[in-house]
Design a protein around this ligand. Structure first.
Ligand code: FA5
Length: 351
């Protein structure tokens, strides 16, 4: 018996040294230590021994069992290390210390102003919402009080898909969904509806220095009890002074949009010509239409599931592309869609 034990010990040692993968090792563990393994068999064969012999031989077998388990686990560790070494050898060599020619890209000016506006409004408790570019006639017009055949439709021709859907001509297309998403239940809990939703808009119109067929707007809504025009003016003023970091001459004049009552046009003094002389960037008027706004029409609130007798709100539709023009002194809006890296790479995120 003792001879067999020594034999097993030597055999295990030799087989372990030639095992080079995890599977072979597992087979060895089963072969020696499993229920029907050779070491376990040794214990079973002790029946014929005297009590004294059983005691001393049993101790030796247990010792071997422990040694075997330890050697297998040690070998398993060695095999893991070998595998990692092999993987490293197969990796292409690279030198972290070689200097790199750094050609960093830059963000598009519209992305920069959009992020800036999102930062400003989120600090004032607004949530940022995303909305699809392809919408239905209901979303873009009917839900915001522009029924079929309404003359206001003439102001926004857009691109229609064969299935009757359209590329949204205004971010107002998301208003109904946002009002419904938040709903009056939030206001009842003391949380006014406050959301902004930036997005790409499309219009089939002649282009010039301030008009593109593809441009960005950022819509915002706030609904609560007792929201008034002064709240609207406060948020507009805060947004402009934060974006430009200086006093900007602003004018508010009446404007008609079927989804607000009363409605306003918020213009800023042209920052390209200083507003004095007029230039192509402001259509020679010294002013740039930037952010129409107003108090949400009761019909729009009702269609959004909100009782206009109990709640009021404001909405605005900021022209993000024009804001980028004014912030970065870009004279022609068409440069922003030109894809010219020479133009675009001048702007960096200074935050
Ligand atoms: C609207 O689109 C309304 N939905 C805005 C609104 C929202 C009013 C909520 C009231 C309440 P308007 O068509 O004026 O309005 O466009 C809003 C702004 O988007 C304009 O002031 C301008 O800054 C920008 N904009 C409009 N058309 C173009 C265009 N073709 N190219 C570049 N910017 C444009």
């Amino acid at each position: 018996m003792n001879e067999k034990l020594e034999q097993l010990k030597a055999q295990l040692k030799q087989e372990l040294s030639s095992a080079v993968d995890a599977q072979t090792l597992e087979n060895l563990r089963v072969k020696y230590l499993g229920k029907k393994g050779s070491i376990t068999d040794l214990l079973k064969g002790m029946k014929s021994l005297s009590n004294e012999e059983k005691k001393s031989f049993g101790m030796k077998v247990n010792e071997l069992k422990q040694q075997a388990a330890e050697s297998i686990s040690k070998r398993s560790q060695e095999i893991k290390e070998l595998e990692i070494k092999k993987e490293i050898e197969l990796m292409p060599e690279f030198d972290l210390t070689i200097p790199v020619k750094e050609e960093r890209g830059s963000y598009h000016p519209i992305t920069l102003v959009q992020r800036e506006c999102e930062r400003i409004f989120t600090t004032m408790g607004f949530n940022v919402e995303d909305y699809p570019e392809v919408v239905t006639d209901y979303e873009c017009f009917e839900a915001v009080n522009v029924p079929k055949n309404h003359p206001a439709r003439d102001m926004q021709d857009t691109y229609y898909l064969e299935n009757g859907e359209l590329l949204k001509s205004q971010t107002s297309a998301a208003q109904n969904a946002i009002l419904r998403k938040y709903g009056p239940q939030l206001i009842e809990k003391g949380m006014p509806i406050r959301a902004i939703f930036p997005g790409r808009c499309f219009r089939n119109e002649a282009t010039d220095a301030t008009h593109e067929n593809t441009f960005f707007q950022m819509e915002g809504v706030m609904v609560d009890k007792n929201i008034s025009i002064s709240n609207l003016i406060y948020f507009m003023k805060t947004m402009l002074s934060e974006v430009f970091q200086k006093d900007i001459k602003v004018r508010l004049r009446p404007g008609f949009f079927p989804f607000v009552e009363p409605g306003f046009e918020l213009d800023i003094s042209c920052l390209i010509c200083g507003g004095e002389t007029g230039c192509p960037s402001c259509n020679h008027s010294g002013w740039l239409e930037l952010c129409p706004c107003g108090m949400i029409h009761p019909e729009v609130l009702r269609e959004g599931g909100i009782d206009p007798e109990k709640y009021t709100g404001f909405a605005f539709g900021l022209g993000l592309t024009r804001l980028a023009m004014m912030k970065y002194g870009i004279k022609d809006i068409r440069d922003l869609n030109s894809g010219s890296l020479k133009v675009m790479s001048q702007f960096t995120d200074d935050k």
